[in-house]
Design a protein around this ligand. Structure first.
Ligand code: PLP
Length: 416
């Protein structure tokens, strides 16, 4: 979708881009300066990451997650995708995945020759994981001769934009422990939580077989720097996965680029200025996401309340019959219609493995009014000047307002 939108922009079309989950804030000046200082680092580095970086990350997440990690558990990768790939490749068995879930898990499963078994998350249960539903999918997979041994948990979630509760994580951990299943806990959005909501890691309840994934792409808007990290379990299980990772990384990408590794030490140092910046960017994501959420709810759409990250996952199912008359029967048709007739780019729910008939779309609030680096800087500057979120939105978000206006017209078309 992002490439499609770029092509449309290049052809002079004014598309409102809600189809790309990239955080767009500027690189923090302290990180740019540190990267410049390290530009001459040009040697191959250890495949697992340099010791000082692994130590810094272990301390950082010990503090953030309230667990006691040591540096031998931490590995660095080229974005968290490379780590997810290497871990899935290294662990025996098939995947249990929620429906919907982030697009790349199933494509990594395909690349590694694993089958995917999806358990449904239901809108009427606030998209919380239902143990009976995982359990029955697990037994169906076994009955079909498969070997489900890896469960992916993603909180805060893409595409839902919500956090799993502590009770939910606890019960999933107990279930997985009972079945001796590995949990891959994708916590890339863990530092982007909305006011009043706290991120919890499932590793707290099942440290023996949980791998935590994170990186700099989201909370520091450094997607293109490609820095990811994983924290593996202590003990034999973790050690053997680290050896496997070392051989995959050593054979395929060698190491995370040297200047990035040295700069990442600062990103995970607990530096107050950087932590303040992360909080500011998170607050802005929250204001922008909630603004869109609120206005869409007022138009009659249904979407889970966002509590983390910067996504909305509204359903248009209540207009299914009107949409059917318009020739729109799947979320893919809906997304195409919005792009063709309203110049609004979204991702259809089926890209996340959802049932196309649920008529869900994933909207990312991170791009609008921050399309260029200059606009992103202006949004940051405006936030520092405007205390009132409403004034901040009304005065500095013309494209978000245009999106709301166009959605209003579309909903009127559906109601009319
Ligand atoms: N995990 C989730 C849930 C994501 O949404 C994304 C990016 O969109 C990633 C992982 C990828 O992160 P990285 O840039 O570290 O590879």
């Amino acid at each position: 979708m992002n490439e499609k939108v770029n092509a449309l922009w290049a052809a002079g079309e004014d598309v409102l881009h809600l189809g790309f989950g990239e955080s767009r804030f500027p690189v923090h000046p302290a990180l740019s300066a540190r990267l410049r200082e390290n530009v001459s680092q040009r040697s191959y580095l250890p495949a697992l990451g340099i010791p000082e970086l692994r130590e810094t990350i272990a301390n950082y997440y010990s503090g953030k997650l309230g667990l006691d990690f040591d540096s031998s558990q931490v590995i660095a990768g080229v974005g968290s995708k490379s780590l997810l790939y290497a871990m899935i490749q290294s662990i025996e068995g098939d995947l249990l995945l929620s429906q919907p879930s982030w697009v790349s898990y199933s494509s990594i499963a395909t690349l590694t020759g694993r089958s995917v078994h999806r358990f449904k998350l239901n809108a009427d249960q606030d998209y919380q994981i239902n143990i009976e539903s995982i359990d029955s999918v697990y037994h169906e997979a076994i009955a079909a001769g498969r070997n489900p041994k890896i469960l992916i948990v993603n909180s805060p979630s893409n595409p839902i934009g919500n956090l799993s509760s502590e009770e939910e994580l606890k019960s999933v951990a107990e279930w997985a422990k009972d079945k001796d299943i590995f949990i891959l806990s994708d916590e890339i959005y863990s530092l982007i939580t909305h006011d009043g909501f706290t991120h919890h890691t499932i590793a707290k309840y099942y440290p023996e077989k949980t791998i935590i994934f994170g990186g700099l792409s989201k909370h520091l808007s450094l997607g293109g720097w490609r820095f990811g990290m994983a924290i593996l379990p202590k003990g034999e299980e973790g050690t053997s996965l680290i050896q496997s990772f070392q051989s995959i990384a050593g054979s395929v990408w060698s190491c995370v680029p040297a200047p990035i590794q040295y700069t990442a030490i600062l990103a995970y140092s607990g530096n107050k200025e950087l932590d303040g910046y992360i909080n500011t960017c998170t607050k802005i994501h929250e204001i922008r996401t909630h603004y869109v959420y609120q206005t869409l709810m007022e138009m009659g759409l249904k979407s889970p309340r966002p509590t983390g990250a910067f996504y909305l996952y509204p359903s248009f199912k209540k207009w299914a019959s009107k949409l059917g008359e318009m020739g729109i029967t799947t979320c893919g048709d809906l997304s195409t219609y919005l792009l063709d007739y309203y110049s609004i780019a979204t991702l259809p729910g089926n890209a996340f493995g959802d049932n196309p008939k649920n008529l869900c779309l994933r909207l990312s609030s991170s791009f609008l009014d921050m399309e260029t680096d200059e606009q992103a800087q202006e949004i940051l500057d405006a936030y520092h000047k405007e205390n009132d979120p409403k004034i901040f939105m009304d005065k500095h978000h013309p494209r978000t307002s245009l999106f709301i206006e166009k959605m209003g017209k579309f909903i009127a078309e559906l109601n009319g």
